[in-house]
Design a protein around this ligand. Structure first.
Ligand SMILES: Nc1ncnc2c1ncn2[C@@H]1O[C@H](COP(=O)(O)OP(=O)(O)OP(=O)(O)O)[C@@H](O)[C@H]1O
Length: 693
């Protein structure tokens, strides 16, 4: 029978670490020239009131109460206000978004089009040409009808009939060319606007803080980038052009009708507007139905994308039939909506045709009587009939113009909100940049308090204080969900602390130039995201100008070269989407190599060796400890977030996070493991199952 007892684990661990001494007496921060740290001098000092050093040289927590009990109500309310919202989507943000839109969207929409003023101006000019030709057609036709039905009539301007037709044909060609030119200019202007907007939007999204990404779904952001930009550009190019054309047609058509025959026009005004109004209202209803169908289609796409994307999980749980049935229900819902839409569309188009024909019949009845009474000529009647057709079409065109422009305003307000949104984490471009010659790399968390913006009622840290000496290898341990990864997120300034400060060589992280600081830090998460591309592409993401020798050296240090070398295409091997064609451990090591290529001063391994077996992990951590010649002999600060004893043992110092969001114990692994009653020992024992055979 083999029994791993709690005491046994901790005692065994101490032996494994060789009982390295931990010098608590020396200054934790060696400000000045950087020096390599050894287990003896690489050390962590705890400033927090929550952790004190006992007479026996160990560190103990003085405050075991949960943070919620420590902060009074007013304090927590203040913090909640500071992050602006409760759990889930941020209502405050959503409200701001709406307000920005309605107030300014109109003006800004047109300001967006300003860089395209030449193209748009040209398009408007061409629009006037083509509309003039179009509006002259019914009048000319009327005259031609009168000419050909009246034997004695003379051709205007002394032309022959053939010359007149040739002239009118030429005018039609000019009109067609102007129309074609207008469409090209409008489309090009629109596409240029879309490209510009998308570039700006993507840049703004890339620069947002992590709180923003916690609140917004990727799919929604992508849809803003793709769909909203297109809607906005369309609403101020195509729609404005169509709207302008419809307005010109309506006004000019009505004017011509009145000019040709005021009496017949009066009669037509009693027939056309009511029909146009009916068509507009019913058309809106049909459109609403079609929108519902589109939305249902979008839902179905989401479901299918997610399920097909996670087909391994679906098959592993034998849920294929269930998922098919669920998808079938979505498809059925779309079918029901589509049926309603089909009936409504049928009625709409049938009704429209009938109304149009009845209107023509009524017009012919009334107009024919006027012709017979000699009030108007046949040509005038034909002209008025054609103009009234144009006016009717223009009225319904104008109605859809307004709804399309309003759609553009809605999409625009969402875009403008994004374009205007300042990240909550200020990147501080003119901030402190510590030159390489002066950079040491001591890290201090000074009474840091933190809650995630989307979960402002749940404190993660309360007065967290710790120091990490430059060049040391520090491990962070603690129960799951107690904030180990959050330390990495704060160090990268994905979020800012709500209380306290994070100092780098004595400079508040918030005062430092963020890009310059981030260039000194590299993080490898547990499930590193590789981009679809080759191993080389992924490595070069760490440093685009790296030579082949440097890539191979980085792979060697990360213990990855031995398997990359064996791939037939070596570094040209395609890793698949998110690196699916590599094993978990291979992915982790390629990601470590990518991080190393950035030559960071601080390397954070967030469970980044969890998929490696013990031997491989030991190799990676050892070679990281040795450093690498091409890194200029630089010794990085390595912060390892880990659960496994084997990983923790390889650090100089282990920081143990407790239940209350603060460090409760710290010291070399051997020392912590030797304290059978300590928090660390209890934690490690709880993680290790007792095996009985
Ligand atoms: N983006 C986020 N938004 C809101 N809450 C978060 C977010 N990320 C983490 N949390 C919460 O913050 C707390 C700390 O999470 P963190 O990932 O730092 O824990 P951890 O100690 O690294 O856990 P594990 O060992 O399981 O990886 C957890 O309660 C978690 O639910």
């Amino acid at each position: 029978m083999l029994r791993w007892q709690r005491a046994g684990l901790c005692a065994a661990s101490e032996r494994a670490s060789g009982g390295a001494a931990f010098d608590h007496g020396r200054s934790p921060l060696g400000v000045g020239p950087r020096r390599p740290a050894s287990p003896a001098d690489a050390r962590v000092a705890l400033l927090s009131s929550t952790v004190v050093r006992g007479g026996d040289g160990r560190y103990y927590s003085t405050e075991q109460r949960p943070p919620s009990a420590q902060s009074d109500g007013a304090d927590s309310k203040q913090q909640a206000a500071a992050v602006g919202g409760g759990g889930g989507a941020d209502p405050e943000e959503a409200r701001r978004e709406g307000r920005t839109g309605t107030r300014q969207a109109w003006l800004r929409l047109f300001r967006l089009a300003r860089p395209e003023y030449r193209l748009l101006g040209g398009a408007v000019g061409l629009l006037f040409v083509s509309s003039s030709v179009t509006m002259a057609v019914p009048f000319s036709m009327g005259r031609i009808i009168d000419l050909v039905t009246n034997a004695g009539a003379a051709v205007p301007f002394g032309l022959t009939l053939g010359q007149m037709f040739a002239g009118l044909g030429a005018v039609c060609v000019v009109g067609a060319l102007a129309n074609a030119g207008r469409i090209v200019l409008i489309r090009v202007a629109g596409e240029r606007m879309v490209a510009r907007l998308r570039r700006q939007m993507f840049g703004r999204i890339m620069h947002q803080d992590m709180g923003f990404f916690d609140r917004n779904r990727t799919g929604d952001l992508v849809s803003r980038l793709n769909a909203d930009t297109a809607i906005v550009s369309k609403s101020i190019t195509n729609n404005v052009s169509d709207g302008l054309r419809a307005s010109i047609s309506a006004v000019a058509g009505l004017g011509m009708m009145l000019y040709v025959s005021p009496k017949l026009t009066g009669i037509m005004l009693g027939i056309v507007p009511p029909i146009a109004l009916w068509a507009v209202l019913y058309g809106r209803y049909v459109k609403k139905l079609s929108k519902k169908t589109q939305e249902a289609l979008g839902d179905m796409t989401k479901v299918s994308e997610e399920r097909i994307g996670n087909v391994r999980t679906v098959q592993a749980f034998s849920r294929e039939a269930h998922e098919t049935e669920r998808f079938g229900r979505e498809a059925q819902r779309i079918l029901a909506l589509a049926k309603r839409e089909a009936i409504a569309s049928g009625l709409f188009f049938g009704g429209n045709g009938l109304a149009g024909n009845l209107a023509i019949l009524a017009f012919l009845g009334l107009g024919g009587r006027m012709v017979m009474q000699g009030d108007i000529s046949v040509g005038d009647m034909a002209s008025v009939m054609m103009y009234s057709g144009y006016v009717g079409m223009s009225l319904s065109g104008l109605s859809s113009f307004f709804s399309e422009v309003m759609k553009g305003v809605g999409a625009g307000s969402r875009l403008f909100y994004l374009l205007d949104r300042e990240p909550e984490v200020d990147r501080n471009p003119g901030g402190v940049v510590v030159p390489d010659s002066e950079f040491v790399g001591n890290i201090t968390f000074d009474s840091v308090g933190f809650r995630y913006p989307t979960r402002s009622d749940v404190p993660v840290f309360h007065k967290l204080s710790l120091e990490i000496a430059a060049g040391s290898h520090v491990a962070i341990a603690g129960p799951s969900g107690k904030g180990k990864s959050t330390i990495a997120a704060l160090l990268l300034r994905f979020y800012d602390p709500l209380e306290g400060r994070i100092l780098i060589d004595g400079h508040d992280l918030r005062d430092m130039d963020l890009a310059a600081w981030r260039s000194r830090v590299a993080v490898v998460p547990q499930e590193p995201a590789l981009f679809a591309g080759t191993i080389r592409d992924n490595l070069l993401y760490g440093r685009p100008d790296a030579t082949d020798a440097e890539l191979i050296e980085a792979l060697r240090v990360a213990d990855a070269w031995y398997f990359v070398e064996r791939f037939p295409l070596q570094m040209e091997t395609y890793v698949g989407e998110r690196g699916v064609s590599l094993s978990g451990g291979q992915k982790q090591r390629v990601a470590i190599a990518r991080a190393l290529l950035a030559r960071p001063d601080v390397l954070i391994l967030d469970e980044a060796t969890s998929a490696l077996d013990g031997t491989r992990e030991a190799r990676v951590l050892e070679s990281l400890g040795r450093g690498s010649p091409w890194m200029g002999g630089k010794r990085m600060t390595v912060i390892t977030i880990a659960h496994r004893a084997s990983t923790l043992q390889r650090s100089d110092v282990v920081l143990v996070l407790g239940e209350a969001g603060a460090v409760v114990e710290a010291g070399p692994y051997a020392e912590l493991a030797a304290n059978q009653d300590g928090y660390f020992c209890r934690l490690m024992s709880a993680q290790t199952p007792e095996h009985t055979d």
